[in-house]
Design a protein around this ligand. Sequence first.
Ligand SMILES: Cc1ncc(COP(=O)(O)O)c(C=O)c1O
Ligand SMILES: [Zn+2]
Length: 388
Amino acid sequence: MNVTHLECAACGLRHEAQLLHNLCAQCGKPLLVRYDLPRATRTLTKESLRTRPADLWRYREVLPVEHDENIVSLGEGWTPLLHAPRLGERVGISELYIKDESLNPTQSFKARGMSAAVSMAKELGARRLAVPSAGNAAGALAAYAARAGLDAFIFMPRDTPRANIIECRETGAHVTLIDGLITDCGAEVARRKEAEGWFDVSTLKEPYRVEGKKTLGYELAEQLGWTLPDWIIYPTGGGTGLIGMWKAFDEMEQLGWIDGKRPRMVSVQAAGCAPIVRAFAEGKRFADEFPNAATTASGLRVPRAIGDFLILDAIRASKGTAVAVTDKELIAATREIGAAEGLFVAPEGAACLPALRKLLIEGAVKANERVVLFNTGAGVKYLESYAE
Ligand SMILES: Cc1ncc(COP(=O)(O)O)c(C=O)c1O
Ligand SMILES: [Zn+2]
């Protein structure tokens, strides 16, 4: 077994692997999976990766599933890291890249986390999986639960993009729409889960979605020839991708694959829902709930994140920052990216461009630095956000 145990990210309390867990039994914060990395290096080497499948399970030894037959896959991961020269010329950077996560199953990076979480649910015997979602996580859970023969119970705000609602129904999930935000959906799952026998797969309240998402960090390094960029610009809701990448960098250093130099991590949020940006500016380790959260980038409409301190710790440790952009800016950026590079990006992904411009104007990002923007989803799922 490669997993040794689970460890609370806040108080360090050890939890036994191969049991169903949600949050830390002692302090209620997220649990992180720990591996026997020296053992992993016996078979997981840069050379061995050359002949492995083009999906995220190529990093098998640093993923939590014990038995291969429990892996639930639709071909997630190993998405293109595209050099973006035309967009780069417009902003004044030659080494600009876009990690295009819209090519995942269900068209978003949420597939990575749900592939890992549903595989573990299957392995550990959970049959009924419930999730609050801004939209894309719901679509991913519905698909992977169907693929595993498990039941998915999904709670989304009523004004979630239609594509997300329809894809969940058409992949066999039980869908409930709530008049409220993702936090209200989470409260509903928490209130009913015991009576209904649901296992809660809310991000970071379940230890394995972050393991799937961390493969973004492994892929980035592998695709850049085992180097890392100077800057990572990442649209942040719950922050699972950013937290996951930061964990991946630590693991890769322990595996002896990279040195101690880290990218500077930038959290991008919408001005109408920017709890992390505000907490970063105020020097706080935990973020207050953002009141009256509103943005057309539905994945960024997360007023409170349980992993707030992990996001903020990673930003600060990396000498990164947190930037808010307006809906007007992010919607305009969709067409700018689309016309320059041919990608119809999600509004969340588009938000990375105005954030980068702000950092260039401030002089934080230099023209000769290597920058990766994360397009976390597909614009085609958000037709309501765009004028005809
Ligand atoms: C397209 C898209 N981008 C970004 C996010 C935010 O992701 P995270 O929760 O990992 O910060 C979401 C979450 O719903 C999303 O759907
Ligand atoms: Zn704890």
